[in-house]
Design a protein. Structure first.
Length: 114
């Protein structure tokens, strides 16, 4: 499975961005999908996850501000981010569970200015 994230950029605090992640390859084998982020000198952390059935879960730090969704017909994963804070600044990576393996795409940078 290949994953390509896009939609990052520079935004002021309080602003919004929508990230997209296009999946290709062995699409039928994908289970849950998610978004991770990694800020400089920090470990990569899970931001949000969505199952094939549409069940979602979020990190406490983004609950109520971020919304994860997926369009299985378009093989695309989304992350709608609102009320962005400077601490949301990070490289964001989409992920796909394929069997027991977790695949990541290249990141897209999100920078939130104060």
């Amino acid at each position: 499975v290949q994953l390509q994230a896009s939609g990052g950029g520079l935004v002021q605090a309080g602003g919004s961005l929508r990230l997209s992640c296009a999946a290709s390859g062995s699409i039928g084998s994908i289970g849950s999908m998610g978004w991770y982020r990694q800020a400089p000198e920090n470990q990569r952390e899970l931001v949000a996850v969505i199952s094939n059935a549409g069940s979602t879960d979020y990190a406490d730090s983004v609950k109520g501000r971020f919304t994860i969704s997926r369009d299985n017909a378009k093989n695309t994963l989304y992350l709608q981010m609102t009320s962005l804070k400077p601490e949301d600044t990070a490289a964001y990576y989409c992920s796909a569970q394929v069997g027991s393996s977790l695949s990541f795409g290249k990141g897209t940078q999100v920078t939130v200015s104060s």
